[in-house]
Design a protein around this ligand. Structure first.
Ligand code: MLT
Length: 203
């Protein structure tokens, strides 16, 4: 996968950055640096293009995913993490996914397909990526979700459904639902930083 690896302090986690539709591997670097300036960064560009826009998996229409491709790309990303940890020498069990929109959806799909593919996740404006499968148990995992009440792509009912599905996997979820829309807000970043410091870094 097209990617960049930025090594920082080796005793901090590694952020796996997953951009939104039409974004690039550079988009979320400032967000990761706001949350933990000392965490290394593995940032990936989506393998699929839709009218020139990079995405992590194909969709049939807005909000309707091509599940076969979703499963294929999720597996590919999971295997890429194994390869990248060997190539760059970071701890495989210290990866924290940080995704926005389409990137949050493939991160959610990782959690719903593979046990311990990541240690934790920060998901901004995620949807339920896949429903009719048996999810693995992820007891002990922590996930932060940021959402917007007026998000035209993800309504609050879907955010709540996603939270319940994660909880059924044993995941501890903290969510912030702002009065905003689909854009990532400063409040979500600030709240996810607080969550990261208390749940992940335990400062
Ligand atoms: C997007 O455009 O990124 C959608 O809201 C989410 C998706 O297609 O995965």
């Amino acid at each position: 996968m097209q990617h960049r690896y930025i090594e920082k302090e080796t005793d901090h986690p590694v952020f796996l950055l997953l951009h939104g539709t039409g974004g690039s591997e550079n988009d979320l670097i400032p967000v990761a640096e706001m949350i933990d300036p000392d965490a290394s960064i593995l940032t990936v560009r989506g393998n699929v293009t839709e009218n020139g826009m990079a995405r992590f998996f194909k969709r049939l229409e807005e909000g309707v995913f091509d599940e076969e491709d979703l499963i294929k790309q999720t597996t590919h990303l999971h295997e890429f993490l194994d390869e990248a940890s060997t190539q760059y020498g970071f701890k495989r069990d210290e990866v924290i996914a940080l995704g926005y929109s389409n990137g949050a959806n493939i991160a959610g799909s990782l959690l719903m397909h593979f046990k311990h593919s990541v240690r934790a996740a920060i998901l901004y404006h995620p949807m339920v990526p896949i429903r009719d499968i048996t999810y693995p148990d992820q007891t002990g995992m922590h996930v932060f979700i940021g959402a917007g009440e007026k998000d035209p792509l993800v309504d609050v009912a879907e955010t709540n459904e996603l939270i319940e599905r994660f909880q059924s996997q044993g995941i501890e979820v903290e969510a912030l639902i702002t009065a905003g829309s689909h854009q990532l807000t400063h409040d979500e970043i600030a709240k996810s930083k607080q969550w990261y410091e208390s749940m992940i870094r335990k400062k």
